[in-house]
Design a protein around this ligand. Sequence first.
Ligand SMILES: C[S@@+](CC[C@H](N)C(=O)[O-])C[C@H]1O[C@@H](n2cnc3c(N)ncnc32)[C@H](O)[C@@H]1O
Length: 312
Amino acid sequence: MKKWLMEILVCPSCLPREAPLKLDASESEENDILQGRLECPNCQMQYPIRNGTAFILSYPFELPYPGSKYETPTVVSSYLWSHFSDLLGDPQGTSAYIDWSELMHSSPGFCLDTGCAVGRFTFEMASKFDFAVGIDNSAVFIRTAREIMIKRQKEVELALEGVLTQKMLLALPGEWPTENVEFIVADAQALPFASKSFSSLASLNMVDKLPNPLKHLEETVRLARRDKAQFLLSDPFSWSEQSAEQKDWLGGKPEGDFAGYGLDNITAWLRVGRENPGPGWNIEKQGHVWWKIRTHRNHYELIRSCFVKAFR
Ligand SMILES: C[S@@+](CC[C@H](N)C(=O)[O-])C[C@H]1O[C@@H](n2cnc3c(N)ncnc32)[C@H](O)[C@@H]1O
């Protein structure tokens, strides 16, 4: 974990109180902490840093993260294709991450990519902001993203048919910065960062995957500066009882709180100023991005991810 992250880290177990974490490093390499732990002086919780990866979750965890469907090699391979198909030269790929990236305006400060998976959007943000941070609660995704960050390349094994696979080399373009990029294991509903520490934030294709989508929104917006801030949320709004109880969905139901469409409801929610997340947001743009996930060479999932881009 890069040392520059220390200045904005707080204990996720103490939220809403923001207790800065103390670093106890047992092995470092220049600005990178390889082994050690982060300690909360307030609640005494300890968060390990193992082989460079920080695990800053408010609940006990094991490796791999129990119950996550994102921890299998097959899913990692699918996401590597989804994020980097253009760099792999695959004409079946989409320009989804470039489309989302173009919605973000370059500015000083930190950018956060919540639920970053294997990191493409975070890498895109590194050339637009001083620092780009990706968080995900999948340890396998975060380790994969960190491997690409460190080595700037990765051998990707893509499914072809049955047990047939094809190995390809993914290489980051030389001009992409990585020294200002970091990935950590964290929960998008209890983000381990101080309020107002980010000038830009994104939540791509994850709000419908969480047990408490509203908490994720509140947490993400808590981190945004009160002015000169931008926020991008994009999602297919595939609400499901497997992720959250229907009463907690932010759309996709006929009555009750958040009845109607998720994009409309989240847009309306963003407009309203609140004491803690701060002033309301102005809506810059709404639209959609076509996004694809690949299972094997003859099977893709095509997703219409609807976005709202806001600023304040
Ligand atoms: C559908 S994927 C989208 C990934 C990425 N944002 C993208 O658009 O390509 C959902 C992501 O959310 C992550 N995720 C699910 N629950 C999470 C949580 N509670 N905290 C952080 N990440 C979570 C998953 O591990 C996965 O990477």
